[in-house]
Design a protein around this ligand. Structure first.
Ligand SMILES: Cc1cc2nc3c(=O)[nH]c(=O)nc-3n(C[C@H](O)[C@H](O)[C@H](O)COP(=O)(O)O)c2cc1C
Length: 372
């Protein structure tokens, strides 16, 4: 018997309460094939690429359900172009970037890159949203911000609405907006994250949902890397777990070599929260990039979207040339569990096995204790 298949799995048509966020099409496909619920991260996609990409995913997934995630951060400005944003960069920041480029001998990028060519502005978010809503994706997840109009349009289009939240304060607005599934994403998580640890956040979000008299499932996100944690999340009342870091060291993700080496070697304490990635607090794997921005005399990171206007070209070059000291990616404290290159199905299989073992061990322990 598949004891992990719960009410939310039945409702969504999946086998396991394991939700996987990834920017990779191959990881998205593999999560669905392994019985989980994949959510394709489209925040780094140009709007015109989203439609064809989602159509290609659907063609490979058939009827298997999947979702798409978009971010809606509050921006410091509404810049019409990268050039307009760059024209406002402080000279000291530009000099800092030039000095980093020289210090690490970073060659110029030769390929187009999202962060070098795009400025996030209202028109960009609108175009991304329209592309997702026009697709036949089953679910839409919103992160960083929660635009009610997007949730309403997604639901009108028959899609399940997920929202990533980082505080029990976010529960009421999310329920008011009509969110169907809440993802309680704690401080431990890779990517943009809030200050409350997952173990404190998840039960508080569940209690807040109960307090509102709502029947909305909650997923636990942030730091999940093993089945003991999945069992703990289920015991706290979550209906599933949502993972992002787990997939970075899989064959499907095809992580470039220097980054892969850094991720495989990293322990929980090798990730940190920095504003140097996007201008907003974001957990990443530690590197010379985060060290340089933390060093005495370094300028403070700029607000979004100016930080990327400043750093985009250099980050593109670092990624393309895999500059070993500087290369990094968003990654959570869960990184500790992912220290060999493996496959998505191995990870999902391990999580399911470990979760069943942890739940079984609890049952055995308590039945023994009760009988003594
Ligand atoms: C490389 C990476 C990129 C991420 N980008 C996004 C994003 O664009 N939108 C989003 O909602 N969450 C993003 N996240 C956060 C994940 O959705 C998820 O909440 C988080 O990874 C869970 O914690 P974990 O990293 O410990 O598994 C990202 C996470 C990682 C690791």
């Amino acid at each position: 018997m598949n004891r992990l298949k719960n009410a939310l799995c039945e409702r969504l048509g999946i086998e396991l309460p394991i939700f996987g966020f990834s920017h990779s099409v191959e990881v998205t496909i593999a999560i669905a094939q392994a019985g989980g619920f994949p959510v394709f991260g489209a925040a780094r996609e140009a709007p015109e690429r989203i439609g064809p990409e989602l159509a290609a995913i659907r063609a490979r997934l058939g009827k298997r359900p999947y979702g798409v995630d978009l971010m809606y951060p509050a921006l410091a400005g509404d810049e019409p172009s990268v050039a307009a944003a760059r024209a406002k960069l402080p000279a000291a920041h530009v000099a800092f970037i030039e000095q980093l480029k020289a210090k690490y001998g970073v060659p110029a990028p030769t390929k187009p890159n999202f962060f070098a060519n795009t400025v996030r502005n209202e028109a960009f978010f609108r175009a991304q949203t329209e592309a997702v809503l026009a697709s036949d994706v089953d679910a839409v997840a919103t992160a960083v911000g929660l635009p009610k109009a997007v949730v309403e349009s997604a639901k009108k289009a028959g899609k399940t609405a997920f929202a990533l939240i980082g505080s029990p304060r976010h529960v009421r607005p999310a329920l008011d907006a009509g969110i169907d599934v809440l993802v309680a994403q704690g401080y431990d998580a890779g990517g943009h994250t809030g200050p409350i640890g997952t173990f404190c956040l998840v039960p508080q979000v569940i209690e807040a949902v109960e307090h509102e008299g709502a029947d909305v499932p909650v997923l636990a996100a942030g730091g999940v890397g093993c089945g003991r944690q999945v069992a703990a999340a289920l015991a706290m009342g979550a209906q599933g777990v949502w993972l992002g870091t787990a997939w970075l060291a899989t064959r499907e993700y095809a992580t470039p070599p220097a980054l892969l080496a850094k991720l495989l070697a990293a322990r929980s304490e090798d990730t940190l929260i920095t504003r140097a990635h996007s201008g907003k607090p974001c957990r990443v794997v530690k590197s010379a990039w985060s060290d340089e921005w933390d060093a005495p005399g370094a300028p403070a990171p700029l607000p979004m979207p100016y930080q990327h206007a400043l750093t985009g070209e250099l980050l593109a070059a670092i990624e393309e040339h895999q500059v070993p000291e500087l290369v990094y990616e968003a990654a959570g404290q869960s990184i500790a569990w992912f220290n060999t290159l493996t496959t998505v199905s191995d990870i999902i299989g391990r999580l399911a096995r470990e979760t069943r073992a942890a739940l079984g061990a609890l049952e055995t322990r308590f039945s023994k204790e009760e009988s003594t």
